[in-house]
Every structure is written in structure tokens, then in C-alpha cells.
Design a protein around this ligand. Structure first.
Ligand SMILES: Cc1cc2nc3c(=O)[nH]c(=O)nc-3n(C[C@H](O)[C@H](O)[C@H](O)COP(=O)(O)O)c2cc1C
Length: 260
């Protein structure tokens, strides 16, 4: 099995998303999978211009393809059996870099040919060999509010339904604002456990072809000092909620510059 991960972070080295990917792919590699990571930040990928040249009958090619690195990435993408789409949350959604990547995929289908997805959604022709590969989504975020990652989680569900691409895993790890100091300085049991679970998820992916709901839930474990349900109920008591959050941030002494 070959797994190709696409990291949408703007960072060229390191980063929270890459930490998750490193553990996931190391787990998969330990079970014999061939793994490769594409950091979009290290490539030149120009945005779709919505010129629709790719949809014109005589052309059917993206005019940006000859000017940037997109085809290089596409070749690696096509060589994969399973894809990992990984992104940090930037302003409540996936990174613009990953978004640009998906928009360039528009050119790989013929939007004037109508068709239906396997789930009976009205859609248009796509290059199934490229776009219908099984995929895992990886999302990282600083915030602990579940709402922060919801639109991106929904995006991947929608992508899966329209593209006939089975989503074989969903890793969501928020709360990096609370986890960050521990990565930098102290050996942290909570983080070590999460990363061990991510490694296990990689092993599962390579052997079973999917990540179990149980392990996804463990990776998503609450990192607040109080149970998530209590934290959510406290929305009705904003003052107390604020105090708890401030206290937990003090405990990890996060400086604004280290939040990402
Ligand atoms: C421009 C920008 C916007 C961000 N917006 C959010 C946000 O809306 N919600 C959030 O929880 N974190 C936000 N973050 C923090 C990142 O999601 C978080 O630190 C992520 O894990 C960074 O991943 P990376 O190190 O792989 O880039 C933002 C960071 C940046 C740079």
C-alpha cells in the first residue's frame, strides 16, 4: 500500500500538522506501507483563475499546469492507494493552500457532463481514478471549541460523498494552544499518549485500510482541565468558563507567539 499525505500548512518545516503526520506515517511504514509527504508550502501552486479553459472542448487542460508544480504533485497523488489530506485550521476553515489545491482539481473533470455520485447526488464528470481514492483527513487547531473544526470536517464529508471517495479515517486534534508548551519543553503524558494513538492509527490504516472510530475518539481526547460536557454546559455561565480557560492557559504559560 502507498500512502501519500498532503500537508496544507503554510509552514515549510515543523508544525503541529506535521507532528501528527509524522506519527501517522511512521505507524503505517512500520506495517510495510510506502509513505510520502507533500508539503504544499514547498511547491509553487497557482490558484485557479476560473477562466474555464479546462472546460472548453478543444482544450481540456488547466492553463496554470505549464507554469507551476501542480502536475508534479498530481503525479505523486495518482501513485497513491490512499491519500491523507492534512490541514491546520486557519480562520475557522482549512488552509488556503489546501483550498487552492482542491480548486485546481476542478480541471480534472468535465463540468458539462452531468452524472450522479454513488450516493445519488447530482454532479458532473470527474476523473475517478484520481479523485475517488480512499482518504484520511487530518485537522489541527489551537482552539478547544468543537465549532472551530466543524466546517472543515463537513467539507471532507461532502468531498467524500460527491467524489465517491471513501473517507477511511478522520483525525481531529484541536487544543494545541494547551498542548504546545508540552511539545517544546516537558515530556507530557497526555501528548505522548495522543501521539502513540496516532502511530497506532497509522498501523491500523496500513493493515486494515481504515482507522477505527475508537482510536479516532482517543486521538480527539479532551485536553481541557475539565470534562468537555461541563465545559459546554458552562456556556450558560460565561464568567466561570472564561476563568477556567484563563487558568488552564496560565498553567501552560502560552505566549501569543507560540499559539500556532
Ligand atoms: C493565519 C492563522 C489562522 C488561524 N486560525 C485559527 C482558528 O481559526 N482557529 C484555531 O483553533 N486555530 C487557528 N490557528 C492556529 C492553527 O490552527 C494551529 O496552531 C495549527 O495546529 C497550526 O498547524 P501547523 O503548525 O501545522 O501550521 C490559526 C493559525 C494561523 C497561522
Amino acid at each position: 500500500m502507498k500512502i501519500v499525505a498532503i500537508n496544507g500548512s503554510h509552514k515549510k518545516v515543523g508544525g503541529n500538522t506535521q507532528i501528527i503526520l509524522d506519527h501517522l506515517l511512521a505507524g503505517a511504514a512500520s506495517k510495510g506501507a510506502a509513505v510520502e509527504t507533500i508539503r504544499l508550502s514547498t511547491y509553487d501552486i497557482r490558484p485557479c483563475l476560473a477562466c474555464d479553459a479546462c472546460q472548453r472542448l478543444e482544450f481540456y487542460a488547466c492553463i496554470q499546469d505549464t507554469k507551476d508544480d501542480f502536475l508534479k504533485i498530481l503525479e505523486t497523488f495518482r501513485s497513491a492507494d490512499t491519500i491523507v489530506f492534512a490541514t491546520p485550521i486557519y480562520v475557522f476553515h482549512m488552509s488556503s493552500r489546501l483550498r487552492v489545491f482542491f480548486e485546481r482539481m476542478y480541471g480534472r473533470g468535465k463540468s458539462n457532463i452531468n452524472t450522479y455520485s454513488k450516493t445519488h447526488l447530482f454532479f458532473h464528470d470527474i476523473d475517478h481514478q484520481t479523485l475517488s481514492k480512499p482518504f484520511v483527513s487530518v485537522i489541527t487547531a489551537s482552539n478547544t471549541e468543537d465549532l472551530t473544526t466543524q466546517s472543515t470536517e463537513l467539507f471532507f464529508k461532502t468531498y467524500s460523498a460527491f467524489m465517491d471517495a471513501p473517507q477511511v479515517g478522520s483525525i481531529v486534534r484541536n487544543g494545541w494552544a494547551l498542548l504546545h508548551k508540552e511539545i517544546q519543553k516537558e515530556p507530557n503524558k497526555k501528548l505522548a499518549k495522543i501521539l502513540a494513538d496516532v502511530h497506532f492509527a497509522g498501523r491500523q490504516l496500513a493493515t486494515d485500510g481504515f482507522i477505527s472510530r475508537k482510536i479516532e475518539k482517543r486521538i480527539r481526547a479532551n485536553v481541557l482541565p475539565i470534562p468537555k460536557t461541563v465545559f459546554n454546559i458552562l456556556k450558560r455561565f460565561p464568567h466561570t468558563r472564561k476563568k477556567i480557560l484563563e487558568k488552564s492557559k496560565q498553567r501552560t504559560s502560552i505566549k501569543p507567539s507560540s499559539l500556532v
